[in-house]
Design a protein around this ligand. Structure first.
Ligand code: CTP
Ligand code: MG
Length: 232
């Protein structure tokens, strides 16, 4: 039987570290809002049947990106059920899909703030995980030497980077398992879907990601994202 793959994009954040009035997902990037790039990138992955966007109920900017969406609008569902944390936005989005998804459908949760995701990254994630019972994430092995600070601006220790990875998105899990894991997790202990799955006793797989799939967080990240997108 063919499997279904749904992308869920939490886009209800305020972008406080960016320091701009407009939430970062709507900031201009090469002539269109950042979120329009993220949506186009996901729409270019033929495996994804559907894109589901989770906005804040107070979002007053989504209409500004509609002219940039073109044909991908047919694949897109817009929910206005974002919450106070990323986990709550994802949890609410999953709950809203309850009548439409089956327990073993795949959900790929992808940060709206990662516009440089490539269709090839998504393909690699899906190919690696489609026969797995639980799922996994795109991630990168840590390359830098790691230091633990002593709290006073000095190094207390050098930490081995052996076995350490940086989590990216998409994070791809079975719908039923992910819903249960997020329903049971406390928001302040989880910063991604994988940590909720881990807390429920499973071991998500690590799939090699891509350095270019950055999360736009600080002002300098916008210029870097523009470079990566232009280099395509
Ligand atoms: N997000 C969300 N709901 C929230 C908080 C975050 O849907 N309550 C989304 C963001 O819109 C973003 C993704 O989760 O696409 C990753 O979060 P992050 O990069 O932390 O974005 P913000 O929370 O908006 O930024 P900041 O933490 O700097 O305020
Ligand atoms: Mg945040």
């Amino acid at each position: 039987m063919s499997q279904r793959f749904i992308a869920l994009l939490p886009a209800a954040g305020a972008g406080s570290r960016m320091g701009s009035e407009l939430p970062k997902q709507y900031l201009p990037l090469l002539g269109k809002p950042l979120l329009a790039h993220t949506l186009s990138a996901l729409a270019a992955a033929p495996q994804l049947d559907r894109l589901v966007l989770v906005l804040s109920p107070e979002d007053g900017w989504f209409e500004s990106i509609v002219p940039h969406l073109g044909e991908l609008q047919g694949k897109l569902t817009v929910l206005r059920c974002g919450g106070a944390s990323r986990a709550e936005s994802v949890r609410n989005g999953l709950a809203a899909l309850a009548s439409e998804l089956a327990c073993d459908d795949w959900v790929l949760v992808h940060d709206a703030a990662r516009p440089c995701i490539a269709a090839s990254d998504i393909g690699r994630l899906i190919d690696a995980l489609r026969d797995e019972p639980v799922g996994g994430i795109l991630a990168l092995p840590v390359a830098d030497t790691l230091k633990r600070a002593d709290g006073g601006g000095q190094i207390a220790a050098t930490v081995s980077r052996t076995g350490l990875w940086r989590a990216q998105t998409p994070q791809m899990f079975r719908y039923g398992l992910l819903r249960d894991a997020l329903d049971q997790a406390a928001d302040d202990t989880i910063t991604d879907e994988a940590s909720a799955i881990e807390a429920s006793g499973h071991a998500p797989r690590l799939v090699l990601g891509n350095e270019r799939n950055i999360k736009v967080t600080y002002p300098d990240d916008l210029a870097l994202a523009a470079l990566y997108l232009q280099a395509r």
